[in-house]
Design a binder for this molecule. Structure first.
Ligand code: AMP
Ligand code: MG
Length: 330
């Protein structure tokens, strides 16, 4: 199958036609690129899993053009959570809510809940509106690979597997949405993202359970049990710049071609080490992390990423980096 990359109105129109006819296309969002299927069509949803090589027990997120449509996919939730919809939608927040029966098991992996999101990217909104149906989508990478933040990244994984990639430029947030389960007594962050637990707690004025190994084991987030975001080469997290440089020298002596990923503020402290600049400030680092990992695995065979911190959005970025590193630290 030929995989076209198109942009503008033509891409949106063709993409929506393919989705309405039961096909699968890649589309841009502000978080990462997604693989779209009509959420009401179980065969189309199966085709997404096939294109991605993903196990069917990992639920997809349902994407809507407008927050007014949320009630069309959920059987209802506590009204206090409307405050989150007002504050963070459209945007990088997915709410796990009780599902309506019209959403098939293929989308939710058989769970009685559904993850819903209203993206803010304008190309994405136009595409979803043109589809005219809820769009079930995972990230548009092969299962276990790094998530795509550009049409080019998608092409590398999906070439020959889907007919169309809608090119909307680079994803401006850069990591997957925050997934928040609001079906229990206390909301639980199942996956951290650019909307942080602190931001959610301040809108709700109440407790938010944090994503953590223990909470997660008890929570219905099947996606979390798979290895995610893995570059094709070795990857480690360095506690600080000195450890990053030390590791770089050691690996180079061992015959490796390493590269260091670090904040823009630290590029002056690397001596002669090769590096990829993640930019300045958390939002920029978040936007750049996946392209840096994509680039790193191309130009090097050993990626060393500095620890970016444990607060706010940096903590969400580190959630992805730690997975890429398989928990390895130096
Ligand atoms: P991705 O498709 O790669 O962005 O990942 C979507 C993730 O959203 C899944 O792997 C789950 O972790 C989460 N998710 C989606 N729907 C649900 C749900 N109904 N319950 C819990 N987690 C969900
Ligand atoms: Mg993914």
């Amino acid at each position: 199958m030929e995989t076209k990359i198109l942009s503008g109105q033509e891409a949106i129109k063709l993409g929506a036609e393919i989705v309405r006819a039961g096909g699968v296309v890649a589309f841009p969002t502000e978080t990462v690129y997604g693989l779209a299927a009509n959420a009401y069509n179980p065969d189309a949803v199966r085709a997404v899993f096939a294109a991605k090589g993903r196990p069917m027990d990992n639920p997809l997120i349902v994407h809507l053009a407008d927050k007014k449509l949320i009630h069309t996919v959920t059987s209802g939730f506590d009204e206090k959570y409307n405050a989150l919809i007002n504050a963070f939608m459209p945007g990088p927040l997915t709410l796990v809510v009780p599902r309506k029966d019209s959403i098939p098991d293929e989308v939710t992996a058989g769970l009685d809940t559904v993850g819903v999101r209203v993206p803010s990217d304008p190309v994405c909104s136009a595409f979803l509106a043109a589809c005219g149906v809820p769009v079930a989508a995972p990230s548009a990478n092969l299962s276990t690979r790094i998530s795509p933040t550009s049409a080019r990244h998608v092409y590398e994984d999906m070439k020959g597997r889907i007919p169309l990639i809608i090119d909307g430029g680079e994803s401006i947030v850069g990591i997957e949405s925050t997934v928040l389960d609001i079906t229990g007594e206390t909301p639980v962050v199942l996956r951290p993202g650019a909307v942080t637990a602190e931001m959610i707690a301040s809108v709700l004025g109440g407790d938010v359970k944090l994503h953590s190994g223990k909470v997660l084991a008890a929570a219905p987030a099947p996606g979390m049990k798979y290895k995610h975001y893995a570059p094709s080469c070795e990857c480690v997290v360095a506690n600080d710049i000195a450890s990053a440089v030390e590791c770089y020298v050691k690996e180079q002596k061992a015959g490796k071609t390493p590269v260091i990923l670090c904040r823009g503020e630290h590029t002056g402290e690397l001596g002669g080490c090769r590096f990829i600049d993640l930019g300045r400030g958390d939002a920029e680092v978040c936007r750049n992390i996946y392209s840096a990992l994509h680039k790193g695995e191309k130009i090097a065979d050993f990626i060393i990423c500095e620890d970016l911190g444990a607060q706010g959005v940096a903590a969400s970025v580190m959630n992805r980096v730690n997975k890429a590193a398989g928990g390895k630290r130096v």
